[in-house]
Design a protein around this ligand. Structure first.
Ligand code: MG
Length: 257
């Protein structure tokens, strides 16, 4: 990517938000489809589960709903196909079926380029964080196994921290708060603003959440959706893979530091 394109995107963001400069201290990474190549499994399981219950959700469409709660996705499909929302019991059964099927899938691999870019981010003095809607109990162990010496427990936002989830800005706002508290614990007391962060997201609803939180949001299109599905949600920059983001990291970092 041309340096001018990146500088232009940063300039546009600063002008829109009224900040003088991007002064990135922490980078908030989404997990599914960014750090792990797990979206294929999610999309497959959603499609198969819906089919089992007489509902239709094509695999590609599952990518559009990534980040929504299970109940949210089920109700959306039920409403359009049957004209009413699903009952509590249906939601429970459908989501249980999907979760069990997902757990039987082969564990997703680390996304190519993800570890390499995280190492670069950290070396530049930017603190890597995870902000995910996932609520797997073994999340931290799994992250530490796959990304050794990158993440810290106090700097993670998961399903257990949030009430609304993406596309609400809440998860990213909580991420910013957690980072602020972490800094205060280290004796840094300055008030942090959205321009002290970046968001890295693969899903339309995730991009929407990052943008709504006021943060410079980098879309990484690791799935089958057209780029416009992410750009139309307000993504400030788009890369086509984590590898590409990794290759361009220095150009990006040097554009504001
Ligand atoms: Mg994702």
């Amino acid at each position: 990517m041309e340096k001018e394109v990146i500088q232009g995107a940063i300039g546009k963001y600063l002008k829109e938000k009224g900040f003088e400069r991007l002064s990135v201290q922490a980078a908030m990474f989404d997990m599914d489809g960014v750090l792990f190549d797990s979206m294929k499994n999610h999309a497959y399981c959603w499609h198969e589960t819906m089919k089992h219950f007489g509902l239709d959700l094509p695999e590609w469409e599952a990518y559009m709903h990534e980040g929504r709660t299970g109940a949210g996705t089920i109700n959306l499909v039920s409403l359009r196909q049957r004209g009413h929302e699903a009952t509590e019991e249906e939601i429970h059964n459908i989501y249980k079926y999907k979760s069990e099927m997902f757990n039987q899938c082969q564990k997703a691999e680390r996304m190519p380029g993800a570890y390499e870019v995280l190492v670069k981010v950290k070396e530049c003095g930017v603190v890597p964080m995870v902000v995910t809607g996932s609520g797997q109990v073994t999340l931290l162990d799994r992250l530490n196994r796959n990304f050794p010496d990158i993440f810290q427990k106090e700097l993670m936002v998961t399903a257990f921290d949030v009430q609304y989830g993406k596309p609400n800005p809440e998860p990213y706002l909580i991420g910013m708060e957690k980072y602020q508290r972490w800094c205060e614990g280290k004796g840094f007391n300055g008030e942090l603003k959205p321009n002290n962060f970046i968001v890295v997201e693969n899903a339309p609803l995730g991009v929407q959440a990052g943008v709504a939180a006021g943060v410079f949001t980098i879309a990484v299109n690791t799935g089958p959706l057209p780029d416009d599905a992410l750009l139309s949600q307000g993504a400030n920059l788009l890369f086509h893979s984590m590898q590409e983001f990794c290759e361009e990291w220095e150009t990006f970092f040097n554009s504001f530091s």
